[in-house]
Design a protein around this ligand. Structure first.
Ligand code: MSP
Length: 512
């Protein structure tokens, strides 16, 4: 089995204030990267910044700074965000780096060599905020007389000499590819959307701009810069040192296991990107997964709409892990999700402080008093213990399968259920009444400790920092976490010390 796993986030347009949507896609990608790592995979996890194009050039101009200096500063805010979110990314790419520019120009020359590029003239609508071309039928005049797409992006008319990519030529090959690789576009609803777009007829795509200069130059015609999406998408292979196909990075990690993206950029990833790759004779990624949007009210949370819950403020108030846990639990992955501070607080209190934190505190305090803070020696489990413990071994393959389908919700619901059962078990077994039956007492404590251990291992990809703290109970470290071992019921060795730990999650005082 291939034990390499390559996951990417979209590379972000550098903006001064990263918002919750950025945080969400990165946290979700980090969840998968961490899960695969504890499941024994060699993981490459890429994120970065998308720094060319008219949008960035205009943003730099409005501040009166050179675009490169503008990007240097703002890209750093995204690097900082990766640290703040505790992302375990193994690379951070910037499209203004040389390694990237070289790959983009090479890819261009391949497309040209294969007769997939021609020079002509573009006239049509362009949205600078999306960096995308729109057909007449995709735009309309709004109440304020502005011309915009259905999602509200303003468009402007452009007419200029441009190189085109023969996208129309790839229409049938794309449809055939979707048909033969049913998981390539996920979830299913997104796939249908893409198929109907492609079936409606693909037009050749303008892939260079002449009216501005902030981009990678077209080889042999420096009056043109390469269209920012062709430039940006290529990051997924420039980070692997393509075209050096003998490089270990490329050999091990291409094709990518999954490009995780938001649904708004599906067309670029599921239509243009595979067509570019086909034209350049490069293997296609295994999957493009389009997650939903974080909403505030009914609207996409975005800077232009001014409805932002700032991830940095939230982290400062509540801590990072509560935010990571909340986003993963609250949003049904693949669909849009509404978030609120109020529900975040409820989630911290009920799931993290009460269910998980309290279980850890209660069981360790009880073990301290009743078995000298040592993992007890067990003789035999009974049905009540096993029915709970064995749920992990019984479901281990299913959990892996669900993760490979990006079913994060299955995963977190499994944990929530296990937490509920572990708390109920401890209450129902009433170990405080078993002091005259030391064997049973020892088994109840052992079973409860094993439940904490298994749940903690599973929670690690969601709340890494807190679970590493919790592992101190058993003197375990991050590198000891092995997903496979959730199937074992005797992982903890009797006689080992059980350490007391500080409270993991503080309850939030609510005024209602
Ligand atoms: N630069 C392009 C991506 C190029 S990838 C080759 C881009 N950048 S972005 O900064 O605008 O968006 C990055 C990601 O954040 C996208 O996947 C987008 O869907 C996601 N989100 C932005 N706002 C969002 C929400 N409100 N909710 C969830 N994710 C959304 O697009």
């Amino acid at each position: 089995m291939n034990k390499n796993f390559y996951i990417t986030t979209p590379i972000y347009y550098p903006s001064a204030k990263p918002h919750m949507g950025h945080a969400y896609s990165s946290i979700a990608a980090d969840f998968f990267a961490r899960f695969k790592r504890i499941d024994g995979f060699n993981v490459h996890f890429l994120t970065g910044t998308d720094e060319h194009g008219l949008k960035i050039q205009r943003a730099a101009e409005s501040k009166n700074i050179d675009p490169q200096i503008f990007c240097d500063e703002i890209s750093q805010t995204f690097r900082n965000l990766s640290n703040t979110l505790n992302l375990s990314n193994t690379d951070f790419i910037r499209t203004t780096e040389d390694r990237h520019k070289k790959t983009v120009q090479y890819l261009w020359s391949q497309l040209e060599k294969n007769d997939d590029i021609y020079l002509s003239k573009y006239s049509g609508w362009y949205s600078v905020s999306d960096e995308a071309f729109y057909a007449e039928e995709e735009i309309s005049v709004k109440e304020d007389n502005k011309i915009a797409t259905s999602s509200g992006s303003l468009v402007e008319w452009i007419e200029e000499e441009s190189y085109f990519f023969r996208l129309s030529k790839w229409q049938d090959s794309l449809l055939e590819y979707y048909e033969n690789n049913p998981d390539f576009i996920s979830p299913k609803s997104r796939k249908n959307e893409v198929i109907s777009f492609v079936k409606s007829g693909l037009k050749d795509l303008s892939i260079s701009r002449k009216a501005f200069s902030w981009g990678i130059k077209v080889p042999n015609n420096p009056e043109h810069v390469i269209y920012v999406w062709l430039d940006a998408l290529t990051n997924y292979i420039s980070a692997l040192n393509y075209p050096n196909i003998d490089d270990d990075l490329f050999k091990n990690f291409w094709p990518a296991s999954v490009h995780l993206i938001g649904k708004d950029i599906l067309r670029f990833h599921a239509v243009y990107w595979p067509a570019f790759l086909m034209a350049a004779k490069i293997t296609l990624p295994n999957k493009v997964y389009g997650h939903g949007w974080i909403l505030s009210g009914d609207e996409k949370m975005s800077k232009s709409k001014g409805n932002i819950l700032d991830p940095l403020d939230i982290i400062e108030t509540y801590g990072l892990d509560p935010l990571r846990y909340y986003l993963i639990k609250e949003v049904s992955f693949g669909n849009d999700g509404n978030i609120s501070q109020d529900r975040l607080e409820d989630c911290i209190n009920s799931d993290l402080a009460n269910n998980y934190g309290n279980l850890c505190q209660r069981v360790t305090a009880f073990a301290e008093k009743n078995c000298q803070s040592k993992v007890p020696d067990i003789k035999n489990f009974i049905e009540e213990d096993l029915s709970m413990l064995n749920k992990f071994s019984d479901n281990i393959s299913l959990i892996r399968k669900e993760i490979d389908n990006q079913n994060i919700n299955y995963y977190i619901n499994f944990i929530i259920n296990a937490l509920f059962e572990a708390n109920k078990y401890f209450n129902d077994q009433e170990p405080w009444k078993k002091k005259d039956d030391p064997q049973r007492l020892a088994t109840i404590i052992y079973t409860s400790l094993e439940m904490i251990r298994k749940i903690t291992f599973m929670l690690y990809p969601i709340i890494p920092e807190s679970t590493i703290k919790a592992l101190n109970i058993f003197g375990l470290k991050e590198e000891d976490i092995d997903f496979n071992s959730i199937g074992e019921n005797n992982f903890l060795k009797s006689g080992e010390i059980i350490n007391k730990i500080d409270i993991l999650f503080k309850k939030i005082e609510k005024n209602d």
